[in-house]
Design a protein around this ligand. Sequence first.
Ligand SMILES: Cc1cc2nc3c(=O)[nH]c(=O)nc-3n(C[C@H](O)[C@H](O)[C@H](O)COP(=O)(O)OP(=O)(O)OC[C@H]3O[C@@H](n4cnc5c(N)ncnc54)[C@H](O)[C@@H]3O)c2cc1C
Length: 447
Amino acid sequence: MKEKKVEVLIAGGGTAGVIAGIAAARNGAKTLIVDKQRCLGGQFTAGMQGAWVGFSDKDKIIVKGIAWELRDILKERGAIVDNDPETDVCYLYDTEVAKVVLDEVVAKEPDLEVFLDTSIVDVIQDGDKVEGLVVLSETELMAIRADVVIDCSGDAAVAAKAGAPFEIRPKEEIQPMSLIGKMAGVDMDRVRKYYEEHPPVKDSHVPPAWHDFRTFPGFMHFGLHDELEGVDLPEELEYLRSWLGIFTSTPNPGEVTINCSGAIESHSVAGFGERSEQEVFSQKCLYDVAEALRRYVPGFENAYLSAIASLLGIRESRRIIGDYKVTLDDFLAAREFPDSIGRGAMPAGAHTPDGITMYVYDLDPGKSMTIPYRCMLPKGKEGLIVAGRCVSYEAPVANCIRCMPQCMAMGEAAGVAAAIAVKTGTTPRGVDVSLLQKTLKDSGAII
Ligand SMILES: Cc1cc2nc3c(=O)[nH]c(=O)nc-3n(C[C@H](O)[C@H](O)[C@H](O)COP(=O)(O)OP(=O)(O)OC[C@H]3O[C@@H](n4cnc5c(N)ncnc54)[C@H](O)[C@@H]3O)c2cc1C
């Protein structure tokens, strides 16, 4: 087996991981990112999310740092829509331009290396200390040793494989998955006019907190049943009536992102055949939704399904049990933790497993919850930090903490913490939190 040694090893170069890699390298650590996709960014790019939700507390910006740097670059290129960045809860960006921007930012870091198309298959450990990963490229294995490993796999794949404790809800309770797609050729003026005359925000499946997207810069609609009311659907499309659909414009003319959730009858960590079935089913659903829009919604007559994400959208899978578990009470109290490394203010809550509705807990404008460093440290394990949607929190906190700006803030903190651990010869748990916070603030992060 081939061998390699780095100081910081990032498992997964997705939303949190790519930022963790940049942060660790900027703070002087020889860093390597490993990802099984063909591009960096995970859900932020390959998942084609396109709606960056959670920079603002509806009064002011609460996330800056490297995420904000990316936003500025996208802005310069006309690849983002944020009418009032201070109060907009959502910035719509071009996921394809974002892929190239990430590559450019990463290429500027001499201490940062990337292995794409490379899967993590095992964890190297000495007792409870994680010391590296075994990865696979084509049919070749490599053992990569590191002083600190950061698990940014979204699924806590490394932590779980290392035997760290985690929680995962059963299929009947877990949030549904959604494959994201795009339609092009939409007559946006006609669509807007139609929705002005038929306001969609009355949709009964959507919680009031989401009706309040006053500053939302793009067109957005929930639910398909308004459009399909009175329409004689073929039997196989009947299921679409009850689906929750979120349609957002993009920075490109005539382009709309489709984010629908309905009953994908499988678990987010199912593998092999079951995984393939859900991929096939969710792809067919996108086609069905696009066809329904084309046939029944004014403005979509000449539109067509132009892209399907290369990465299935997983809202929820494993959450580690960390040194601290963020609770719903912490969110509702807009808790200020002493070891804060970032902030979140989007409504907490979740999509129901059937994909039909959402429940939320909202904060008043100007209020936000801090994210404690301890929720990123898996109980009982050394040498390992976790960042992204699989950190330690109660399930109902999900829709706040798993948003992309929050995952990026956690990624940045994890990268800085890992670099400090290497520099000061300590473990992630031994990192001086005040030094971590000072380093984050000095580089522009809001904590
Ligand atoms: C349908 C849906 C809608 C959403 N809507 C929004 C929204 O509107 N706004 C918002 O801000 N957020 C939204 N989110 C949430 C947000 O996109 C995610 O929570 C966030 O991007 C997760 O970031 P992450 O870094 O934890 O994981 P990811 O971005 O998924 O990154 C994980 C990376 O790890 C890699 N990886 C995993 N396992 C392995 C392995 N074994 N070997 C190698 N690589 C591996 C993956 O390839 C991936 O690149 C949505 C999510 C979904 C699914």
